[in-house]
Design a protein around this ligand. Structure first.
Ligand code: SDX
Length: 496
């Protein structure tokens, strides 16, 4: 906690509050200062100051959008956004993409080291064994319309999945099982790892089932003897052919893409998983929340948005006009910009190279020329370079998915499936942290109405009803209303 100046060590901030003349010595640890230290810095309220400001209760640290707030210590992923560095447990992403596999990298992210042959065999067997889901789930998936967005199906499916596993649900267990390992309960760690095997193993099955709903086809039981991505493609595409084997180039390309998408420290969806998990809800609900966050076009939905953008541009000749529209803020250059990377996302180089491998077997995607023209134009344009807007992981990935024949709205699903690993690695790390889990409950700066007394409805004049459209309910059209129903008469309808 900040305290009036005693001894100012070199690793500290000395903060002077000019309102009171007091100075505070706040330690610097791991290149950070504790936000709660600023709560000790208080001052008397100014004359006529609103009580809601809370000046005497101490300072708050404002950080809209978490631009510079660290909420957890982590050993999992390191990013240097200035240098374009990404490492999983210290291993450069470039080396892992070249030498590792998605499941081996999943083991690394979750357990902290590269597995021995035996360790990997056990892990891979567990994950692939847990790709099977309860037969009743078919009814759940069939309850969706054929044109439901697959991310809506997948998000719901993760929460639904948890309903099968009461041992993972603290509400049904009547105890907070997730943090018992730190108190020596080994069974809770085994329980945790079993849910992790299930969620990784079943992520592809749920995604494939969402795809089959769109196709109006029966579901496919996960096969044996195929890789993680091989099993995924088999479940999506098998139509009864004997000895059906997905193309190895496509399996390998998807494995590299899954590896690159496995984790990215505290992005919006991972933060959502941890925020939700901090209430000690079951891991399936926390993963469902993360999936919902990833669904957004500013995050995992960007790979779909990039293709829609490229289609709307149409050809390289239209790129200059599109760039001008972005500068006028009429359009967004999806696939560019990143909260952390202020240079090209290192994953995008590897994805670009993987695209060429895929195009060798699928043929080049006709949008590639437009994408390359757009990329080159933006990289040379001061509007983007000045704002340090460079290609991120989503700029090229959609072209690969399109070349592989995935429907556009399935692209975010191809991001969510591998990211389940990163979400689970961070969730497990938080559940096992020393001292247990504190619920995440940020503060606010209240700028709303001061205390006011209730006004009986009869005394509320229309002048009280603010003309601001945001402050009155909108008038909305009702689907299904037709001239016939509007002209019909029935009890309770005014005679117009
Ligand atoms: C992912 O966090 C992660 O790690 C995410 C991710 C992961 O692996 O989990 O890496 C995956 O989500 C990648 C990002 C995918 N999203 C997109 O490609 C959507 C387009 N990008 C932007 O919406 C934006 O760049 C964000 C959301 C990614 C980051 O936004 P910030 O950090 O909040 O930055 P900002 O919106 O404040 O923008 C700063 C400036 C603004 O201009 P000014 O008002 O200062 O003049 O840059 C402009 C913005 O208008 N800007 C863009 C732009 N992105 C930012 N202008 C045009 N096109 C863009 N894409």
């Amino acid at each position: 906690m900040g305290r009036p100046l005693e001894t100012s060590s070199s690793e500290s901030l000395t903060v002077r509050d000019n309102r009171t003349g007091k100075t505070y010595n706040i330690p610097i640890v791991d290149n950070s200062v504790s936000a709660t230290a600023f709560k000790a810095i208080s001052a008397p309220a100014k004359p006529n100051e609103r009580e809601e400001s809370g000046t005497e209760k101490g300072l708050r640290v404002a950080d809209k959008g978490f631009l510079n707030t660290a909420v957890i210590q982590s050993e999992i992923t390191y990013i240097d956004g200035e240098a374009g560095v990404l490492r999983y447990r210290g291993y450069p992403i470039e080396q892992l993409a070249l030498h590792s596999s998605f499941l081996e990298t999943a083991y690394l992210l979750i357990y902290g080291s590269l597995p021995t042959k035996d360790q990997f065999r056990v892990f891979e067997t567990e994950v692939l064994h847990h790709s099977i889901i309860h037969a009743d789930a078919e009814e759940f998936f069939r309850s969706f319309r054929y044109d439901a967005h697959p991310m809506a199906i997948l998000t719901s499916a993760f929460a639904y999945l948890g309903s099968y596993y009461s041992e993972a649900n603290p509400s049904l267990q009547g105890r907070q099982w997730q943090t018992l390992f730190t108190k020596g309960d080994k069974a809770s760690l085994a329980n945790m790892d079993k849910q992790i095997f299930r969620l990784i193993g079943k992520a592809t099955t749920l995604a494939a089932m969402a795809y089959r709903i769109r196709q109006g086809r029966d579901f496919v039981i996960p096969p044996t003897g195929l890789s993680y991505t091989g099993s995924f493609l088999y479940q999506m595409d098998h139509l009864g052919e004997e000895n059906y084997v997905p193309n190895p180039v496509l399996c390998k390309a998807l494995d590299v893409l899954f590896l690159l998408h496995a984790d990215h420290e505290l992005n919006a969806s991972c933060t959502t998983v941890l925020q939700t998990g901090s209430s000690l809800v079951d891991p399936y609900s926390a993963i469902a929340a993360g999936c919902a966050s990833l669904y957004g076009p500013l995050h995992g939905g960007a790979n779909e948005a990039v293709i829609r953008m490229l289609i709307s541009i149409g050809s390289p000749a239209n790129v200059p006009a599109f760039i001008e529209a972005v500068k006028r803020r009429e359009k967004v250059l999806s696939g560019f910009g990143h909260r952390v990377y202020k240079t090209t996302d290192p994953r995008s180089y590897i994805i670009r190279k993987t695209a060429d491998e895929v195009f060798k077997v699928t043929g080049r995607d006709e949008l590639l020329e437009t994408a390359m023209a757009l990329h080159d134009a933006a990289m040379k344009d001061e509007y983007f370079t000045k704002r340090r807007l460079y290609p991120n992981v989503d700029f090229w990935s959609g072209l690969i998915y399109r070349a592989m024949g995935f429907p556009m709205d399935f692209f975010p699903v191809l991001f969510a499936v591998p990211r389940v690993v990163g979400w689970l690695a961070h969730w497990r790390q938080m559940m096992l942290q020393e001292g247990g889990v504190k619920i995440w409950r940020p503060r606010q700066i209240y700028v709303g109405a001061g205390k006011r007394d209730y006004v009986p409805m009869a005394e509320r004049e229309s002048s009280l009803v603010n003309s601001d459209p945001k402050k009155t309910p909108s008038t909305v059209p009702h689907s299904g209303m037709t001239k016939r129903t509007m002209l019909a008469s029935y009890r309770g309808k005014s005679k117009l």
